[in-house]
Design a protein around this ligand. Structure first.
Ligand code: NAD
Length: 488
């Protein structure tokens, strides 16, 4: 028997897809469990396939001309209404996502879910504020216009599912596209709740759709559909490659925000207390943060002083239930992921890397893994070169600025870098030499929604954020009128 709605943390959440303005079920379902208590089944969620992907794209295609024809101000009205609804439901969304994904509830409530509302407001306002570039040349008046591109597929990962999904759907909708969102199967519920708010905000049918299911099934069907005109993906490099192949077959522009293995560089002139405090935050969300600086690169002359401070700050982490405000570290998302993280650590130790602290799961029946620090025997160690996506950092010392930059740039990734120094000239040199989409100096995770965001190398293709996202979700058109040939 298919259950249409379940109660999660006291909040009613639909288990179906949201296609053409209505909830739709599938013949089969997949189980969604809570990382806080793996014995707790939260829902049997609709398991879409080709038919559901096809229906969602058909709805998005049907709704596209009317949505695209609205002015940016008219679309702004819908997006602001949705943002207001998110704001008035923050506590409920946070409670659902906490149970579903295990991110700390307080952080979801105070910080993360509200970002979802801000995403819708910010992109709606940016689209309205667009000033077309205009100039005269070669006897013509030139204008750059944005044309909505068409139905857009948005495929998102299980970490921070609500915030990351809104971050992509908001610009797509503001630019005049219709959307099919496919959330990750390990944390599908907060995005399902979002669709109830889309309904409450009275979006026209088919403008904002969502399909649930397994990536290789409904996700693959979605990105293979030639009627989809934009694909925006956040997830692992392996899936990014598969989606890139699908996008290439249909000549569809796509952006891919992929994994990270960011350097956290500490120079001896830095405020070591501040650096150690920030470095300990890399264990937040059990290290399941793509932007985290997971490779600690520390100048030799301050290595011991930094490690002493860092060991102390990292040791203050409290592993526990993410609903408890005293907890600072959540469990990992899934038993398979716990095994993957543990596998990385065990291989590192057995191959000769040195375990400085941590390295073990907390209890046999839970998904918590200790904050872990590993000193690799070489920069080629697997643990240095690959994204673990767990609470595992590596520690390497460097002698010179050049060596620090060489180490920072020595993995295939290039998403983010964190630099701690009090020397502005050094900060400028290092920031310009490091290969990364974002470089933070003496700070971390500070984001301006108008700034470009993305990665280089295997960390991704393309940039979203601000006007970069609105340009991505548009086909740019150059409009030229021969001077002196028209009037009025
Ligand atoms: P994943 O690649 O396994 O899955 C991501 C999404 O893709 C899911 O919704 C999944 O169902 C879907 N998918 C899987 N196979 C597919 C296919 N063949 N076709 C279409 N869709 C498919 O990633 P994950 O494990 O959910 O997320 C963790 C990864 O995401 C990490 O590598 C992390 O660094 C990365 N990430 C990157 C950013 C960023 O902004 N760069 C942000 C968050 C997470």
């Amino acid at each position: 028997m298919i259950v249409e709605r379940v109660s999660v943390a006291g909040v009613e959440v639909a288990t179906g897809h949201f296609i053409d303005g209505v909830r739709v079920q599938s013949a089969t379902t997949f189980e969604d469990r809570s990382p806080l208590d793996w014995d707790l089944k939260l829902a049997d969620v609709a398991r879409g396939g080709e038919a559901e992907a096809h229906a969602a794209v058909s709805a998005a295609l049907e709704a596209f001309p009317a949505w695209a024809a609205l002015s940016t101000v008219e679309r702004q009205g819908y997006l602001h209404r949705l943002a207001d609804l998110i704001d008035s439901n923050v506590e409920r969304i946070a409670a659902v996502e906490c149970l579903d994904m295990a991110m700390l509830e307080e952080s979801l409530r105070l910080r993360v879910i509200g970002r979802g509302a801000r995403n819708f407001r910010a992109y709606a306002d940016l689209a309205v504020a667009y000033e077309a570039r205009q100039w005269d040349s070669n006897g013509t008046h030139n204008t750059v216009l944005r044309m909505p591109a068409g139905p857009s597929a948005v495929i998102t990962p299980w970490n921070a599912p609500f915030m990351l999904s809104t971050w992509k759907c908001a610009p797509a909708l503001a630019a005049g596209n219709t959307v099919i969102l496919k959330p990750a199967e390990w944390s599908p519920l907060s995005c399902s709740f979002l669709m109830d708010l889309v309904d409450d905000a009275a979006f026209p049918r088919g403008v904002f759709n969502m399909v649930q299911g397994i990536g290789s099934e409904v996700g693959a069907a979605l990105v293979a559909d030639p009627r989809v005109r934009r694909i925006s993906f956040t997830g692992s490099p392996a899936t990014g490659r598969a989606i890139g192949v699908a996008a290439a077959k249909n000549l569809v522009p796509f952006t891919a925000e992929l994994g990270g293995k960011g350097p956290f560089m500490v120079f001896s002139d830095a405020d070591l207390d501040a650096a150690a405090e920030k470095a300990a935050l890399m264990y937040d969300d059990a290290g399941q943060v793509c932007l985290a600086g997971t490779r600690l690169l520390v100048e030799s002359s301050c290595r011991d002083a930094f490690v002493e401070r860092f060991t102390e700050t990292a040791g203050r982490h409290i592993l526990g239930d993410s609903r408890d405000p005293t907890t600072t570290m959540s469990p990992l998302i899934h038993p398979q992921h716990l095994e993957r993280v543990e596998g990385f650590v065990n291989r590192a130790v057995s191959e000769g890397d040195r375990l400085v602290f941590g390295g073990h799961r907390l209890a046999a029946n839970g998904l918590w893994f200790e904050p872990t620090l590993i000193e690799p025997r070489s920069n080629d160690s697997e643990i240095v070169q690959n994204e673990v996506f767990g609470p595992v950092l590596t520690l390497q010392a460097f002698e010179t600025e050049d060596e620090a930059i060489r180490l920072a740039n020595s993995t295939p990734y290039g998403l983010s870098a964190i630099v701690y120094t009090s020397d502005q000239a050094k900060a400028d040199r290092v920031a310009s030499a490091v290969r990364a989409g974002t470089v933070w100096v003496n700070c971390f995770l500070v984001r301006d929604l108008t700034a470009p965001f993305g990665g280089t190398g295997v960390s991704g293709i393309g940039r979203e954020g601000g006007d970069y996202a609105l340009d991505f979700y548009s086909d740019l058109k150059t409009y030229q009128v021969k001077e002196g040939t028209t009037h009025g």
